[in-house]
Structures are given as C-alpha cells and as structure tokens.
Design a binder for this molecule. Structure first.
Ligand SMILES: Cc1cc2nc3c(=O)[nH]c(=O)nc-3n(C[C@H](O)[C@H](O)[C@H](O)COP(=O)(O)OP(=O)(O)OC[C@H]3O[C@@H](n4cnc5c(N)ncnc54)[C@H](O)[C@@H]3O)c2cc1C
Length: 433
C-alpha cells in the first residue's frame, strides 16, 4: 500500500524547482516551505521588495503537514474545564482565542489576496461525541465560546443526525464565526504559486545544519551547496531539531488519515443529502472526520508519538483503524472504498503552546502548532517575518507572551512518558475513534 495524500493527489503538483547548489547568498533565508515558511516569505517580500529572499525545503515544497492535514481553520478551540468562563484558565483561553481569531482572519486574507481556490467553507465545525459523557459542561461551554466571539449551538439526537447524515454522533456543539474548512493541499499550493519574484525557492534541499560565519552571517548547509544570510527563519514544525535547535520544548507526532471515493448519488441521498461538514473530537486522540464538498469522507483517527516513521506495513494497520471509524459512521463504507491513505507529522508541546523565539542573533524559529497550524502557521509566518525585521505589534506581543511550550524531560524519560500518556489518551478516546 502506498502512502499517498488524497488532498495532494487532487490538488496536483506545481512545476518542480531546482535544488540548491554551490555557495549562495541571500538577505533572508526561510527554511521549510509549508504554510508557516511560505507566509513568512510573502510577508518578507512585501516588507523588503528589494531584498533577495530564499526559501528551501527538503522535499517538494508545500507537500508536508501543511498539505496533509484535515483542513480545519481553527478560530476557537474546544475549551477545557479549567478554561470555562469564571475559571482561572479563562483569561489565557481568551488570549489564545484572540490569537486564533486573528490567525483565522489571516487565512481568509491570504486566500483573497492571492486568489486561492481551496474549497474554503466559512461554515463552522462541530465538536461532536458518540458517547454523551465525553461532552460535559455544555451550558458553560456555550457561554464561554459565545463570550469569546464564537457563535455556538448545542445539537443532539435527530437534529444532529439530520446535519451530519449519520446517527453515530449523539451530541455536539456547532461552533461558527471564525471556524472554517478548506482543502489544505490547495491552500498551501496557492501560497506557493503566488510567491513574488524576489523570492527564490529551492526544493529537495535538505538543510543539515546552521553555522555562524563572519560579519553577522549564518550559513545553512545542504548536501549540494550552502547559503549565507543575515537573517534565517526556521519554519520546520515537527522537524525543528534538524536545524540544530534541540531545546524548543516541542516533540513530533505522526498522524494518519484516509479519504474515500465520492459517495454515490444513492448513498448521498441516504445520508439526507447533507451539506459538507467537519467534526473534531473533544478528546485529543478521538477522530477528526469530514464530509467534503465532493462527497468524500475523510477520517484521521490515529496520532502517535514515535521515534521513527511508520512503515508502509504499519500504515496498512492504521488504515484498518480508519475503516473501523468509517464503518461506525457510515456502515456501507469498507476498505475497498478508501482511495488514499497517508501520514503527516505535527509538532506538539506539553502545554499546548508554541515555541516562538529569536533563538540567537539573526536566527528566528517557530514550532509547536499542536494541531491548529493552518491558521496559526499562517499568522506565525507573518509575525516571524515582522519580528526578524525589527517590527512589533500587539498580536506579536500576545503570541510571545503565550509562547511557553513547557518543560520536557530528557530522553529516554520523554519517550516513556509520552508513550504512557498516549496509551491513557487512547483509552479515554476509545468511543470516539
Ligand atoms: C494528519 C494531520 C492533520 C492535521 N489537521 C489539522 C487541521 O485540521 N487544522 C490545523 O490547523 N492543523 C492541522 N494539522 C497541523 C498542521 O498541518 C500543521 O500545524 C501545519 O501544517 C504546520 O505548517 P508548517 O509550515 O509549520 O510545517 P510543515 O507543513 O510541516 O512544513 C515544514 C517543512 O519543512 C520541511 N523540512 C523538514 N526538514 C527540513 C530540512 N532539514 N531542510 C529543509 N526543509 C525541511 C518539510 O519538508 C516541510 O515541508 C494537522 C497535521 C497533520 C499531520
């Protein structure tokens, strides 16, 4: 079985760019051509039209997690119990939500400015559960979400089944006003193809390390060449240690997802011909599911802390897990109906907050999207570009104030702790996969 991302297959490839070769110089170097790196490059190009800005990626650009995610544009996170209105964590939740709302607006602005066709749907999404016990404090959650600018509504039973076309879910909070869905590979491909002329992109260029050279320059080395720049922006997400930044307080996770064929007319009518939707779980390891505008079902119901990538054989087992999740929701779908199965890496932190920092003179980095990097990555790219240009703004200050990813124990304690935590979370989410 091949590891093929359905979103990328549908979006198609951009023209291939050269790899970096020889010794080069630039004013700005951006490492990583995902949403974050590409948004950083756009902002730098707008701010410094005369500058030479170079972006490098170790594989094809715009084909990492930024293309492989579930396409939720997160403006409002599901509030935890201690973040509810009147609880001590609410103040932090309010700041985080303000950041997310600005981030979500950033996505909309990029889509409009660059004319990106990415099936953007400003229709909100659901925090839905199969086991009603997994959705507690409903009234308080509605009040909390509404207090931070969301439009939130509780649905259950028949009313919910009519919206989703499945009776699997028993209760949900629909949350709109800032929350949206898009086709991720089309969004990030749109960012890539809109890069202006003063941005040069090199693909298949694996940066193996950074070193400081004379006159305040930093050199990034790859197998076939090197590039020196005064300012380097590290936008590597889960791969941040590859730049030599080992103490970001973030750790990688590997997720897997499948996308089915389009539902037939008969199957679609049987669901009640519902509008496209997206469901997030209230549990960290519960399933993320979408019914897409072209009537396919996407499910992402595995997330693992791993020290090495999943093999294709292991991915076959993950796909069986996807089948289980699909059949719970749409019993007529089986393994034969899956057209694409893939993996992707995200960067997580213990606190749920990012690493966002000036690492040393001329080196700036961000990681720790914690599963909401479509919107946040779009904003962080802009803010990292602003910070490295000496700028400041209230939203940059808010991001900096919250950028505390939390302490991680050294390996092997981290490996053991993360594995145990994942097992506990998997048990807690077992009704929601
Ligand atoms: C399955 C899945 C589902 C998700 N669902 C959602 C969702 O619904 N909503 C949401 O907001 N977020 C979601 N996320 C998270 C989201 O995808 C990420 O937060 C976001 O894509 C981060 O963008 P980025 O540009 O920072 O990183 P990436 O897209 O990971 O880009 C980093 C780039 O760096 C490159 N790179 C790595 N090493 C090197 C090197 N040594 N040299 C040069 N380049 C290198 C990689 O090839 C990659 O292109 C999901 C993630 C996954 C995996």
């Amino acid at each position: 079985m091949e590891n093929v991302c359905g979103w990328i297959a549908q979006a198609g490839n951009s023209a291939e760019r050269d790899r970096l070769s020889g010794r080069q110089k630039a004013d700005w170097l951006v490492i990583g051509a995902g949403i974050t790196g590409l948004c950083a490059a756009h902002t730098l190009a707008e701010m410094h039209p005369q500058a030479r800005i170079v972006v490098v990626d170790r594989q094809r650009a715009a084909q990492g997690a930024s293309a492989r995610n579930s396409g939720f544009v997160v403006g409002h996170e599901h509030p935890a119990t201690d973040e509810l209105l009147g609880h001590p964590g609410f103040a932090g939740y309010e700041v985080d939500t303000e950041i997310s709302r600005v981030a979500s607006a950033e996505v909309r602005q990029r889509i409009v400015r660059h004319g990106i066709e990415c099936d953007f749907r400003d229709s909100g999404y659901y925090f839905a559960v199969s086991d009603p016990a997994k959705l507690t404090h409903v009234e308080e959650k509605l009040k909390t979400l509404n207090a931070v600018g969301a439009s939130a509504q509780f649905l259950q039973g028949e009313q919910l089944a009519r919206k989703l076309g499945t009776r699997h879910y028993q209760a949900a909070i629909w949350c709109g006003n800032g929350n949206a869905l898009l086709q991720p590979a089309k969004y990030v491909k749109g960012l890539l193809e809109a890069l202006p002329e003063n941005v040069t992109l090199y693909e298949n260029t694996d940066i193996t390390g950074l070193e400081r050279v004379g006159q305040g320059q930093v050199r990034a080395n790859s197998v076939d060449g090197s590039i020196e720049a005064k300012q380097v922006l590290v936008c590597l997400n889960a791969f941040i240690p590859r730049s030599g930044i080992d103490d970001s307080g973030t750790f990688p996770m590997e997720l897997s997802a499948s996308l089915t064929r389009p539902l037939s007319d008969k199957e679609f009518q049987a669901t009640g011909a519902v509008e496209p939707w997206g469901v997030l779980s209230t549990r960290p390891l519960g399933a993320t599911v979408r019914l897409t505008p072209d009537r396919r079902v996407m499910i992402r119901n595995t997330a693992e802390y791993r020290s090495r990538d999943l093999t294709n054989r292991e991915l076959v087992l993950r796909r069986q897990h996807h089948v289980l999740g699909l059949q719970r929701r749409f019993p007529f779908l089986g393994e034969q109906d899956i057209q694409y199965t893939w993996t992707g890496h995200l960067s997580a932190s213990r606190s749920g907050q990012p690493f966002f920092a000036k690492v040393e003179e001329g080196v700036y980095a961000v990681a720790g999207c914690n599963g909401s990097g479509v919107a946040r990555g779009s904003l962080w790219g802009r803010l990292l570009a602003q910070m490295s240009s000496g700028g400041s703004s209230p939203i940059l200050e808010s991001v900096m104030s919250r950028a505390q990813p939390g302490w991680l124990p050294p390996k092997p304690l981290l490996d053991i702790g993360a594995m145990l935590r994942m097992r506990v979370e998997a048990v807690r989410a077992r009704t929601e996969i």
